[in-house]
Ligand binder design. Structure first.
Ligand code: F6P
Length: 360
């Protein structure tokens, strides 16, 4: 096995709190093992445009542990292999350019930090001969093979705080407050924040909802003397007789954008119950800000483990959290799959047993 002397690190896809903590851990662990680290900016663009890469030393990552975002920048371009790359040096095939530049920069391996899209792109490059290890990242918690990803805890924490705040205003006005949270096609953020925030109704993509059942839940609460209801709606939730709420259809290089599920549910509930309803969309606030202690720790562990795997020649692997351990799993087992909330998940069953409605 050739000795690893120089590695690149990049962040791809939507940002998640904890990305900087991974970068910091990679840089420090590599440096202490005598390995040089090149920071690649804007995901794989750092391997396309020579000006988008720089050496990172422990000094460069001082103080970033607690910062949201990513010091390397990121892009979310769907399938980058679809289009040729135009650079001042000429027009290139995307895949060939990245592989060529990887060699020209003298890199021995890559740490690719990203979600499903970045994992899929990285897997292509691995098959093209680039030695690499992936670190899973998503606030949605929908990557298969790992029990958790950094960013999720921070997003849930933020959404829970928002739900806490909505309780008092909902009660003061006797309203139904609908909170739309992110999560794409999985209901993890909605379920966890809904339970932590004491929501009365939680609507998730995995369980299409009947709005009449949701309305009935709020009526029963009124009958018991409750003056308000809190409904948490995942952006991917849909009524039994309707489709996903989409604000922008998928187009070349861009995934479809979800949005509007909360507004729809709020309108339907207002019509059915005659009560005042309001909706709030938490949106990108869930991705911003400082990572929680849990996410900083997990991100740091992921970064350290990624370097360890590279040093041991364990390429083509994704670091996965299998408590209490971190384990390498083949990237090929992960790409193209989505981890949704199982209908027998204990938190879901517990919520049901406490009387939380899922609209079914
Ligand atoms: O995957 C993370 C996520 O925040 C989803 O929850 C959300 O649907 C999507 O990204 C939003 O993407 P963008 O930042 O491109 O609007």
């Amino acid at each position: 096995m050739p000795k690893i002397k120089k590695i690149g690190v990049l962040t791809g896809g939507g940002d998640a709190p904890g990305l900087n903590a991974v970068i910091r851990a990679v840089v420090k662990a590599a440096y202490n093992a005598g390995v040089e680290v090149i920071g690649l900016e804007d995901s794989f663009d750092g391997l396309i445009y020579p000006e988008k890469s720089r050496t990172l030393t422990p000094r460069d990552v001082t103080g970033i542990l607690r910062l949201g975002g990513t010091i390397l920048g990121t892009v979310n371009r769907g399938n980058p292999f679809a289009e040729p790359i135009v650079t001042p040096q000429g027009t290139f095939n995307y895949g060939e350019r990245v592989v060529d530049m990887f060699g020209k920069m003298g890199l021995d391996a890559l740490v690719c930090i990203g979600g499903d899209g970045t994992l899929a792109i990285s897997y292509e490059f691995y098959k093209m001969g680039v030695p690499l290890v992936c670190v899973p990242k998503t606030i949605d918690n929908d990557i298969v093979g790992t029990t958790s990803c950094f960013g999720f805890d921070t997003a849930v924490d933020f959404a829970t705080n928002a739900i806490d705040r909505l309780h008092s205003t909902a009660e003061a006005h006797r309203r139904i407050m609908v909170v739309e949270v992110m999560g794409r096609y999985a209901g993890w953020i909605a379920l966890h924040s809904g339970v932590a925030g004491g929501a009365d109704v939680i609507l998730i993509p995995e369980i299409p909802y009947d709005v009449e059942k949701v309305a009935e839940c709020t009526r029963q609460r009124e009958a018991r003397g409750a003056r308000f209801s809190i409904v948490v709606v995942a952006e991917g939730a849909r009524p039994v007789d309707g489709g996903l709420s989409v604000i922008e259809a998928a187009r070349t290089g861009h995934a479809e954008r979800l949005g509007g599920a909360g507004a729809l549910c709020s309108r339907q509930l207002g019509d059915r119950t005659g009560k005042e309803t309001r909706h709030v969309v938490l949106g990108h606030l869930q991705r911003g800000g400082s990572p929680t202690a849990f996410d900083r720790t997990l991100a740091t562990r992921f970064g350290g483990k990624a370097v360890e795997l590279l040093l041991h020649g364990q390429f083509g692997k994704m670091v996965a959290n299998h408590p209490p351990d971190l384990v390498p799993i083949p990237i090929g087992e992960v790409v193209g799959k989505t981890k949704t909330v199982p209908l027998d998940y204990d938190l879901l069953l517990t919520a049901r047993s406490l009387g939380v409605s899922f609209g079914d």
